[in-house]
Design a protein around this ligand. Structure first.
Ligand SMILES: [Zn+2]
Length: 282
C-alpha cells in the first residue's frame, strides 16, 4: 500500500512539475526591458563649452551615440537618444513643438509645489556648485525631457557632457582635469537609486580617469539640487534615475585621435557601469 502511494505521489509530482514547466514556456510573460534615455548635452543652437573649434555639443553627441549603439546591442534594454547629427530626433523635435504649453505648465506647477515645500520647511535648499543658468528655451527643453521621461516610464536618463569652469580666457587651456558625476541631492524624489547608479558608473570611469580637481567637484560624485537634468523641483518620478556625467575638461581633448580614443573607452566604461547597476545586484 505504501508503495502504491509513493508511485502515485511520484506520478502526480511529475505531471504537476511538467505542467508547470509547460505553462512556464507557453504563457511566459515578456521580460520587461530596461528603458534608458541618453541625452547628449546642449544642442546645435546652444552648444555649451567651446575650445578653439571644438564644440561641447558635438563631443557630447559623439560619445552619446557610442553609448546608445552599445546599449542597443543588448536586447535587455530599450534605448532612446534625443539628438542625432543635424539636430533633435523627430520624436523629440515633435514633442517639444507640440507640448510647449504643457511643458511650461509642468515647469511652473513643479516650481510652485517646491516653493510650498521650501516655505513649509519640508525641503531644505542647499548650495550647489556653480552652473551656467539655462536660458528659457533650454529650460523648457530640459523640463520637457523630464516630462517625457516620466510619461514614457524611463528607468534611467544619462546626461552626457564635457566640462569647463568659470575662468578669464576661454581660448587658453585651463588648469583643471578629471570627471565628475552629478546626481540628485538626497532630498530629491529620485535620489536613492540615482546615487546607486552613479556609483556603479563612477567605479568604472575611475579605473581609467582621475576625478575632477575643481574644488566644487572634488571626489567625483557631486549631489546637486539645481540641475533640471537631475529632476530639480521634483520633476522626475522616484523611478526615473538620472545622472549627469561631465567626462572631462574640454581643453584636454584638442587632439582628434586622442579625443576619439577617449570616446571609445568612456562609452565602454559607462555601459559596463549601467549594466552592473541593473544586472549585478544593487
Ligand atoms: Zn555641458
Amino acid at each position: 500500500m505504501k508503495r502504491i502511494f509513493l508511485v502515485i505521489l511520484i506520478i502526480v509530482a511529475f505531471f504537476t512539475q511538467s505542467g508547470f514547466l509547460y505553462s512556464a514556456t507557453t504563457v511566459s510573460t515578456p521580460v520587461k526591458k530596461i528603458k534608458i534615455l541618453i541625452v547628449p548635452g546642449h544642442d546645435d543652437e546652444t552648444w555649451g563649452a567651446q575650445y578653439g573649434n571644438i564644440k561641447e555639443a558635438d563631443m557630447n553627441l559623439n560619445l552619446s551615440t557610442r553609448i546608445y549603439n552599445s546599449l542597443k546591442k543588448d536586447k535587455r534594454f530599450e534605448v532612446h537618444i534625443t539628438r542625432k547629427t543635424g539636430g533633435y530626433t523627430k520624436e523629440f523635435e515633435d514633442y517639444f513643438k507640440n507640448n510647449t504649453d504643457a511643458i511650461g505648465a509642468f515647469k511652473e506647477n513643479a516650481k510652485a509645489l517646491m516653493k510650498e515645500k521650501i516655505d513649509a520647511g519640508i525641503f531644505i535648499e542647499k548650495e550647489n556648485p556653480p552652473h551656467n543658468n539655462a536660458s528659457e528655451d533650454t529650460a523648457i527643453k530640459l523640463y520637457g525631457l523630464n516630462k517625457w521621461a516620466n510619461e514614457n516610464k524611463m528607468d534611467a536618463v544619462i546626461h552626457v557632457h564635457f566640462n569647463d569652469y568659470p575662468r578669464a580666457n576661454k581660448w587658453k587651456s585651463g588648469i583643471h582635469k578629471g570627471f565628475v558625476i552629478y546626481m540628485p541631492e538626497e532630498q530629491m524624489a529620485n535620489s536613492k537609486e540615482s546615487v546607486n547608479l552613479a556609483k556603479k558608473i563612477f567605479t568604472q570611469l575611475h579605473k581609467k580617469y582621475v576625478t575632477s580637481t575643481y574644488e566644487e567637484e572634488k571626489g567625483g560624485l557631486t549631489p546637486d539640487q539645481s540641475l533640471i537634468a537631475l529632476g530639480s523641483n521634483g520633476t522626475l518620478l522616484p523611478s526615473v534615475r538620472s545622472v549627469l556625467i561631465e567626462y572631462g575638461y574640454i581643453y584636454r581633448f584638442k587632439n582628434r585621435n586622442i579625443r576619439h580614443s577617449h570616446y571609445t573607452s568612456m562609452a565602454n566604461l559607462t555601459v559596463i557601469g549601467i549594466k552592473n547597476y541593473f544586472f549585478s545586484g544593487r
